[in-house]
Design a protein around this ligand. Structure first.
Ligand code: SAM
Length: 214
């Protein structure tokens, strides 16, 4: 299966339309600075999702240096985005890339903890992209539910936690057991949540697409 996935990615890389050149720069900077960014197959997926949904408003929890923000805006260029990140340096870099691409006026960047943002936010969004710390996902389920419009879509990246939800190697136990347990709890809680219809996709590092149904 891993072999199939690697081959499929290489093939799709050849035939799929490429994003603008500046995407390569954001990606290269992210990799060089070891700043986590979404994988390209996730980028292609979320671009298409945005292109289909055409969300008026997007909340990105953990916008980092804007790689995912740009993929989403590529799919839905008219969307307005609220981007949250507590890391000042990343947010500054994020702002510079958005100025360069010309999308800065549509993106409201907030330097804050998502948990704090939710405490007094009463805006509802068409799409929420959850890409912050995996350990924090469960604690934000109800906030995401409340801040989504009925019929809105929640997308969550890395639900396989670098494949560790399938089982931990002995050397990973000490460092990751707690985080993996929290992520498994998240996946189970989401699958049983009465207000969401969920689809868990074996794409990238595992992606959850959930629609608020009530
Ligand atoms: C995986 S990176 C985001 C990558 C980004 N979405 C992209 O693809 O370019 C996660 C980001 O979430 C931020 N973060 C983690 N936990 C957070 C929280 N509770 N509130 C706000 N930001 C958070 C980190 O500072 C980091 O920049």
């Amino acid at each position: 299966m891993a072999d199939f996935y690697t081959k499929a990615l290489a093939y799709l890389e050849m035939i799929q339309s490429r994003p603008p050149k500046y995407f390569d720069q954001i990606k290269a900077d992210g990799l060089e600075q070891k700043v986590p960014i979404i994988r390209d197959d996730m980028g292609v997926f979320i671009r298409m999702l945005c292109s289909l949904i055409r969300p008026e408003s997007i909340l990105e929890i953990g916008c980092g240096i804007s790689y995912a923000t740009h993929w989403m805006l590529l799919g839905s260029p008219e969307s307005r985005v609220v981007g949250l990140d507590y890391n000042e340096d990343r947010l500054e870099q994020c702002r510079r890339y958005l100025e360069h691409s010309g999308w800065i006026d549509q993106v409201d960047l907030r330097r804050c903890w998502a948990e704090e943002f939710f405490k007094d936010n009463d805006q509802q969004f068409d799409l929420i992209f959850q890409d912050s710390t995996k350990k924090g996902y469960t604690g934000m389920i109800e906030d995401c539910y409340r801040c989504l419009k009925p019929g809105g879509t929640l997308v969550v990246d890395n639900i396989f936690f670098n494949e560790m939800v399938f089982g931990l190697k002995p050397e990973q136990e000490k460092k990751y057991a707690k985080g993996v347990a929290l992520l498994k709890t998240f996946n189970e809680k989401m699958s049983q949540h009465p207000g969401f219809e969920c689809s868990f996709l074996p794409l990238s590092d595992g992606v959850l697409v959930a629609r608020r149904t009530s």
